[in-house]
Design a protein around this ligand. Structure first.
Ligand code: ATP
Length: 277
């Protein structure tokens, strides 16, 4: 089953083309990351999928419905975590999550969600006393309280410390293990690599590459750089066949400081996005 299906999606703001005809398919249970530089059209695309923004052209089905005419029953199956923080500052964390749970026909257990989001110690703290990263976790808690089938996460870990990011990744992994589909936008390529089954790179409103994080842009088959050191000093060789090279060079014994490196997701991404500028 397909969770999200998009064909020929277009959206302009006055004469500025923000989304220039994109096709996208996300399977149920998949974690899909949309990558791209500032202004590439990620938020516009996600807002159209959420039903928060109209489109100029194209076919869109999200959980089988057109978001432009989505019913409230359809909306209850979505979990939306926006870039903006929650605005119920006077309530406690527990009160806020409890309050939001009432909007949904099949809410998760409130204490479980608070625990899942690492906010148990802050359950009775007022929202206004939370740090930026803790507020973001609360946003996520509110996004998943309704047991959504599909969660939209727009730059979810911006402002998180490294430990909080890792905890958050664990949370997404748990949601995915439960069969929740996740559409994520992020500027952190390590995050996309850790979480996403598939990624798409958006630049100037078009998808310029799509694939698994490991194979995007021919990454898996790109030339490797082999480095080692011997009595002549350091060596660095680019090769499409690193195994053969290492086998040949190591005939004389151990290679000191041997490393074999392929382009990182960030290298590939910067190449793809750079080509578009
Ligand atoms: P970021 O990574 O900075 O969040 P993004 O990929 O989410 O960027 P969008 O917010 O979708 O990008 O914006 C795409 C383009 O459309 C940008 O050039 C932006 O200036 C423009 N744009 C977005 N919203 C509006 C609007 N309401 N009115 C006019 N132009 C807009």
């Amino acid at each position: 089953m397909t969770a999200i299906q998009v064909r020929g999606l277009r959206k302009s703001y006055q004469d500025h083309v923000a989304v220039a005809g994109i096709d996208l398919e996300v399977a149920q249970g998949e974690v899909f990351a949309l990558l791209g530089p500032n202004g590439a059209g990620k938020t516009t695309t996600v807002e159209i999928l959420e039903g928060h923004r109209g489109r100029d052209a194209g076919e869109v089905a999200v959980l089988g419905q057109d978001p432009a005419t989505g019913t409230s029953a359809w909306r209850a199956r979505l979990g939306i975590v926006l870039q903006t923080a929650t605005d119920a500052a006077q309530l406690s964390v527990l009160e806020t999550v409890r309050h939001f749970a009432k909007y949904y026909p099949r809410p998760r257990n409130v204490d479980d969600v608070i625990d899942l989001c690492g906010l148990t110690e802050k359950a009775n703290a007022r929202v206004k006393s939370l740090s930026g990263g803790q507020r973001r976790r609360l946003d996520v808690a509110l996004g998943i309280i309704g047991t959504p089938d599909l969660v939209f996460l727009d730059e979810p870990t911006t402002g998180f410390d490294p430990e909080a990011r890792r905890q958050f990744w664990g949370l997404i992994e748990k949601l995915a293990a439960d069969g929740t589909t996740v559409l994520l936008t992020t500027h952190y390529l390590d995050e996309a690599e850790a979480l996403a089954n598939r990624v798409a790179v958006l630049a100037r409103g078009r998808i310029v590459a799509e694939g698994t994080p490991g194979t995007l842009g021919g990454r898996a088959t790109a030339e490797a750089i082999v480095r080692w050191t011997d009595h002549n000093g350091p060596h660095e060789v680019r090769t499409a066949t690193p195994t053969a090279l290492v086998r040949e060079m190591s005939g004389n014994g151990e290679l000191n400081g041997l490393t074999v490196t392929r382009p990182s997701l960030e290298d590939v991404y910067l190449n793809l996005v750079g080509d578009e500028k």
